[in-house]
Design a protein around this ligand. Structure first.
Ligand code: PMP
Length: 432
């Protein structure tokens, strides 16, 4: 059966890039994913960073059944009750500052498209500042404000995008400067260049509060505050892409809350749907009123879908009831401590960083040169998988090899211990 299906996979599927495993997979519960042969893997990637409350949480399964009793999908002009409940819950309990009006769509890429569309229409501009190492999605507009590596070969990106170097405390662009000094000096330079080249049609600055795909980089708080100021000074809107940082993973409700900066627009996706395709974009009443006056449009086949809204409500309830935000902090500190122990024993672990249960471990050939250990990273990741641990390694030629370690927030101490043991054994075997 598995052999036939593997052959069918070769015959009938489009290969879509990224790292893929040789096996086929059947099911997932909590932190554990099971393949077609019944082998189990600890999932320290939370799927594609979506399963923050664990895979197939009973509350999600119930929500899907509930939606089955009501409606999965309606005409875009028919607003389902549950969509209003979700928007109100976000505004009352989760969103920072004066963000209170939300639109619901499907993916993170789409959320970026919506946010950019809002900012362009609101400002009547088109210029966008984005961090060079960011990932905001793969579609045309979102890909144009994301790192260049995955858009080569697909034609000309959207015009008007200016790049700010992302703060990187481990590999600062200005050697010798402290993290904060280097980040602010780079930003200052980038803004001066922007001001020289700008046609005065600035629309937005877009940023992930923690730069995740770019190597789990936590910027200094002053950097995000300076972006807030830079946007205000130029009449641009500040967009936070909280695909990964919203709803608990970093130990706060949102990245905005952790950094003490309120954006004008906030995108949410992966962590809101808990594994189902739900994304959202929130903004202020003032901006929404202005957009509506200008006939803002964004209706798709699945805008305001009741099925995913039902699930989103369930996910938020679980996070609150199971105390998962607090858990991200305590389990994050525990996991990070265990990884720091490894760092003391292995020269090749150059850096351990992150917030809550979003942790980056950077692999280097040696600590003095900080030369990226790409082969070691790939080999160790493969060995981890063979031993039952699924890990994601971000390999960028110019940015090093970084494991993004991000299990579900429901992960147990025993699962963390088992994962760290597998990681250590795999690393040792790769070094031999
Ligand atoms: N923004 C961020 C911060 C992301 O991590 C991702 C997904 N990696 C996206 C946007 C794009 O989301 P999606 O893949 O759901 O389109």
């Amino acid at each position: 059966m598995d052999t036939d299906l593997r052959q069918a996979a070769k015959d009938y599927l489009v290969r879509y890039g990224g790292d893929s495993f040789p096996n086929l997979f059947r099911s997932a519960r909590g932190t554990v994913v099971t393949d077609s042969e019944g082998r189990e893997y600890l999932d320290f990637t939370s799927g594609q960073m979506c399963a923050t409350i664990g895979h197939n949480h009973p509350a999600i399964v119930e929500a899907v059944h509930r939606a089955g009793q009501k409606a999965f999908h309606l005409f875009s002009g028919m607003i389902p009750e549950v969509v209003v409940e979700l928007a109100a819950t976000l505004a009352r309990d989760w969103l920072p500052g004066d963000l209170e009006r939300t639109i619901f769509i499907n993916t993170g890429s789409e959320a970026t498209e919506v946010a950019l569309r809002m900012a362009k229409m609101f400002t009547d501009g088109y210029e966008v500042l984005a961090l060079g190492g960011s990932w905001h999605g793969i579609t045309g507009g979102a890909g144009s404000v994301s790192m260049a590596s995955d858009r080569k070969g697909y034609g000309v990106p959207a015009p008007g995008v200016f790049v700010i170097p992302e703060p990187n405390a481990y590999r600062p662009y200005i050697p010798g400067a402290t993290d904060e000094e280097a980040a602010l000096a780079n930003l200052d330079l980038a803004l001066r260049m922007f001001d020289m080249q700008s046609a005065g049609r600035g629309a937005a600055i877009i940023v992930e509060p923690v730069i995740s795909a770019g190597g789990v980089l936590v910027p200094p708080k002053a950097f995000l505050q300076a972006l807030r100021q830079a946007a205000d000074d130029r009449g641009m809107l500040l967009i936070f892409d909280e695909a990964q940082t919203a709803f608990g993973r970093i130990g706060t409700r949102t990245g905005a809350e952790y950094f003490g900066v309120v954006p004008d627009i906030m995108t949410m996706s992966k962590t809101l749907g808990g594994g189902l395709p739900l994304a959202a974009v929130a903004t202020t009443a003032r901006i929404e009123e202005a957009l509506h006056d200008r006939h803002f449009t964004y209706y798709t086949s699945h805008v305001s879908d009741p099925l995913t809204a039902e699930v989103g409500l369930a996910v938020l309830k679980v996070i609150a009831e199971e105390g998962l935000i607090e858990r991200a902090r305590t389990m994050g500190a525990y996991l990070r401590g265990r990884l720091q122990e490894l760092q003391q024993r292995y020269e090749v672990i150059g850096d351990v960083r992150g917030l809550g249960l979003l942790i980056g471990v950077e692999l280097v050939r040696d600590r003095a040169s900080k030369a990226p250990a790409h082969e070691l990273g790939a080999l160790t990741t493969a060995k981890c998988f063979e031993s039952g641990l699924s890990m994601n390694i971000r390999r960028r030629p110019e940015r090093g090899s970084v494991w993004r370690i991000a299990p579900p927030l429901t992960v147990s101490t025993d699962e963390v211990d088992r994962a760290v043991d597998i990681l250590e054994k795999s690393l040792r075997a790769s070094l031999d």
